[in-house]
Design a protein around this ligand. Structure first.
Ligand code: SAH
Ligand code: SF4
Length: 347
């Protein structure tokens, strides 16, 4: 079956013309797919019944099959999708008070980077997602919101997988989010564990898309113990690439830091981080660790977080503690899949 979301507009036109349809039908179908984001062929009311029937028989509106869904009291929706080959991936929709509607989407099934505290990293790598599989996760939430008279406003590539380890598909999916869903570049964020050549390549794309770097530690010893990727590219090499990005794009860069109790929330790490980032146009997002099954550590206590932020302020480095969304569901990266596969494990 043809997945319509895998076709370009030209390819869709070609398909419909080969069925003996006039060219303008492709424009109508395209409008249903991307502007109105319908969930069924029956809703494509301006198409002749015969065409709808044939579309129904020979094509499909995407490939993501919902395997589990959780909704949180704060409005967060988390979905586990089954892909045609049985792989499971997650995406999350977060609603913010300032009207932002943010989809957090996956770029790979599993992840090869092996960060020790990450549920996805603990699963290992299965495969890259295709452009259509990445794009469709955002589309699903856009569809949900459009049906409620609302609109998806932001997308973050912070779900399962390392976007820069699946660089081409991630970038193409980003381009489609901009062109087909009308999401502005400044409302899209890609997060990387720190693949240095790809950070430079991304800087050279000349896009206004935001970049976040998962730093989590400011010294090689500490970072290498948490993020194996640090053995390939050191903190110094990573920061060089970050400075290159800031110079090229003129944009601020974000650093992600999961606060792990008595691990990377020490005054020493705070001072090392302050010294490292001093003078760079950046912001630090502090995220209290989400505990996972295979990592025996917890989130930092409140007073340690405050002390950490205060040290950064001494260096003129701005930092905020990120509000955790979906606190009552398995909203951490890879955690819904982990809880479906191993009920009762973990938290
Ligand atoms: N692979 C990319 C994007 C996906 S992970 C990356 O690593 O940047 C999105 C963010 O969640 C990353 O900053 C990651 O380090 C963080 N993260 C993963 N597991 C976490 C956990 N258990 N608690 C808090 N943050 C976590
Ligand atoms: Fe992969 Fe990111 Fe998890 Fe590291 S934190 S294992 S890079 S998904």
């Amino acid at each position: 079956m043809i997945n319509l979301y895998e076709l370009t507009q030209d390819a869709l036109t070609e398909l419909l013309v080969s069925w003996g349809e006039p060219k303008f039908r492709a424009g109508q179908v395209w409008d249903w797919l991307y502007n109105r984001q319908v969930a069924s062929f029956a809703e494509m009311t301006n198409l002749p019944k015969t065409l709808r029937t044939r579309l129904e028989a020979e094509t499909r509106l995407g490939v993501l099959e919902t395997a589990a869904e959780q909704s949180s009291r704060d409005g967060t929706v988390k979905r586990l999708y089954r892909l045609p080959d049985g792989q499971l991936i997650e995406s999350v929709l977060m609603l913010y008070d300032d009207d932002r509607r943010t989809a957090c989407i996956s770029t790979q099934a599993g992840c090869a980077m092996g960060c020790v505290f990450c549920a996805t990293g603990q699963m290992g790598f299965a495969r890259n997602l295709t452009v259509a599989e990445i794009f469709e996760q955002a589309l699903q939430y856009a569809r949900l919101l459009t049906a409620e008279g609302d609109r998806l406003s932001n997308v973050v590539l912070m779900g399962m997988g390392e976007p820069f380890h699946n660089y081409d598909a991630s970038l193409e999916a980003i381009r489609r989010l901009m062109s087909e869903l009308g999401i502005g570049a400044r409302h899209i964020t890609v997060s990387t564990v720190g693949l240095v050549p790809q950070i430079r390549r991304f800087a050279d794309e000349g896009l206004q898309v935001k970049l976040a770097i998962s730093l989590h530690a400011a010294t090689d010893g500490e970072r290498g113990a948490l993020l194996p990727v640090n053995k390939r590219w050191s903190v110094a090499e990573l920061l060089d690439a970050c400075r290159y990005y800031v110079e090229k794009s003129g944009r601020r860069i974000t650093f992600e830091w999961a606060l792990i109790h008595k691990e990377n929330d020490t005054p020493q790490q705070a001072h090392a981080l302050g010294a490292l980032l001093k003078g760079l146009m950046c912001h630090v997002n502090l995220i209290p660790l989400n505990p996972t099954a295979a990592y025996a550590h917890g989130p930092s206590a409140g007073e340690r977080i405050e002390a950490f932020v205060a040290v950064l302020a001494e260096y003129g480095v701005s930092a905020t503690v990120r509000v955790r969304r979906g606190i009552d569901i398995d909203a951490g990266c890879g955690q819904l899949k982990a809880s479906v596969l191993h009920p009762g494990a973990g938290e």
